[in-house]
Design a protein around this ligand. Structure first.
Ligand code: FMN
Length: 193
C-alpha cells in the first residue's frame, strides 16, 4: 500500500507535521507499505479559481504547482489526512488543496487523523462530508486527539514518553486504524482502472 500523508496545516508554528511523521513511522511497520508525506507548504498553490469544476473539465488548464500535487496524490493507494481543527472545522489550506483534485482519489480510502481541544471531532465530521465529492471513501475509524500535540510528540513524530500513552492508547489506535486503511486499500485496489 502506498500511503500519502497529507498535512492539513501550513502554519510556521504548526504541530500537525509531528502527527504526519508519527503516522509515517507506523506505516513503515506495515509489510509491503510505504508512506509519503505530502506537505502543502512545499506547493505554491493559489486559491482555487478554475473556470469549471475539475471533474467536469477534461481540458483543464491547471496551475503547474497544482498539477505536481495531483500527480503525487494520484500515485497513492490510500490517503491519511492529518487535520487540525480551526473554528469548528478543518483548515482553509486543506480545503483549497482538496478543491483542486478531480479523480486522483476515486475509489481510494482516506483515514482522518485529527487534533484540537475536542480532538478535532468537528473537522472529522466536516471532512466526512467532503470526500464523497471527490469519490473517495473515509474509513469508519478516525484518530482524534484532544491533547496538546506539541507536549506529547517530539519533532520526529515519536511520543515523548511512550509509558504515558496509556490509557489513551494512541499507538494501538493508530495501528488498528492503519490496518483498517490497508484492508480498504486492498479491497478497492482491483476496482480501479
Ligand atoms: C484559527 C484557529 C482556530 C482554532 N479553532 C479551534 C477550534 O475550533 N477547535 C479546536 O479544538 N481547536 C481550535 N484551534 C486550536 C488548533 O486546533 C490547535 O492550535 C492545533 O495545534 C492547530 O494545528 P496546527 O498547529 O498544525 O496548525 C484553533 C487554532 C487556530 C489557529
Amino acid at each position: 500500500m502506498k500511503v500519502g500523508i497529507l498535512i492539513g496545516s501550513i502554519r510556521k508554528q504548526r504541530v500537525s507535521d509531528r502527527l504526519a511523521k508519527w503516522v509515517l513511522n507506523e506505516v513503515k511497520n506495515i509489510d509491503g507499505s510505504a508512506g509519503t508525506i505530502i506537505d502543502l507548504v512545499d506547493f505554491n498553490l493559489p486559491l482555487f479559481d478554475e473556470e469549471v469544476s475539475p471533474q467536469f473539465n477534461p481540458k483543464r488548464n491547471i496551475n503547474p504547482e497544482a498539477r505536481r500535487l495531483l500527480d503525487i496524490v494520484a500515485n497513492q493507494d490510500a490517503l491519511v489526512v492529518v487535520t487540525p481543527e480551526y473554528n469548528r472545522s478543518y483548515s482553509s489550506a486543506l480545503k483549497n488543496a482538496l478543491d483542486y483534485l478531480d479523480f486522483q482519489i476515486e475509489k481510494k480510502p482516506v483515514l482522518l487523523v485529527a487534533h484540537g481541544s475536542t480532538g478535532g471531532a468537528q473537522a472529522v465530521a466536516h471532512l466526512r462530508g467532503v470526500f464523497p465529492g471527490l469519490l473517495a471513501i473515509t474509513v469508519p475509524r478516525a484518530i482524534m486527539i484532544p491533547r496538546r500535540i506539541g507536549e506529547i510528540f517530539n519533532e520526529d513524530g515519536f511520543l515523548n514518553d511512550p509509558t504515558k500513552d496509556e490509557p489513551y492508547g494512541l499507538q494501538t489506535n493508530l495501528k488498528t486504524a492503519l490496518s483498517d486503511l490497508k484492508w480498504y486499500s486492498d479491497a478497492l485496489f482491483g476496482s480501479r482502472k
